[in-house]
Write a protein that binds this ligand. Sequence first.
Ligand SMILES: [Zn+2]
Ligand SMILES: [Zn+2]
Length: 308
Amino acid sequence: MASLRCRRDPCGVICLVLTYFSVFYADYVVVQYVLIPTFSDSMWCTLHGSVFNLILLLLLACHSKAVFSDPGMVPLPDTAIDFSDLRSQSSRMNERGCEGWTVCNRCETYRPPRAHHCRVCQRCIRRMDHHCPWINNCVGELNQKYFIQFLFYTGMASLYSLVLVVSAWVWRIRTEGDGDAEKEGEESPSKHLIVAHYIILLVESVLFGVFVMVIFYDQLISIITDETPIEQMRNRLMIKDRGSSSTSGSSSSSSQLPHHAAHTRKPKLALLREVFGRGSVFCWLLPLHSSPPSVGGISYAALPDYDV
Ligand SMILES: [Zn+2]
Ligand SMILES: [Zn+2]
């Protein structure tokens, strides 16, 4: 199975372990060293603890959906396809409404438009965005929603823990300044240990927070512009090629551009709905399965039969 092969990627496994460790460490420090000592005698302890853990729960739910969901693997044919007469095959496919389909030499199969081969997964993925080691899976047409939700909740958790740690630290400095030694308690852990945990969590929150926000922004831009990073690079190369070849001849300008031009005419909301589903914006934040709407043009959700 290609999905199992993908999970054996050492870099992906390390990143998965690091993700789970970071989440549980953040929860441990927030509860043990931030909330309990700071808000022990008020409702804020329960409130902040519940909200923070709810965010982490949603983060882990979205993460596991992104890890274990099929990103949109192009199925392999049951029998070997004869590629010897590729031209007549592709013209036959165009007649059947399969325009833009290409051949993957590695998978030895036909693939729909916008599908690309992933070297780690060793399979073609529909509307492949990139292979992400943090989910040890490809980000493609069917799991991009969960990946973006994971980024969103990681950003929220980072920001929340940042605010909680800074508040707890300020509170600690103030109480120490007032000479309120009773609050320290004889069973409380040493001051140095607490400060060490605070600093580690602050660094973790800033690093992960900035990192996921940058990727989150890139993901939204790629959806709104209807162009995956792979397509962006390919289009840039094509424009460069056309620029260099324009001196010799400029007849094949529009036919050289891929199907991308047709996608960019779609409204931004329709493009977002293709990824997040038809439900309300509130549902976009939940890791629930939703079938993408079949808007005009080529629908990738329903693959044509592979009886070529
Ligand atoms: Zn392939
Ligand atoms: Zn992959």
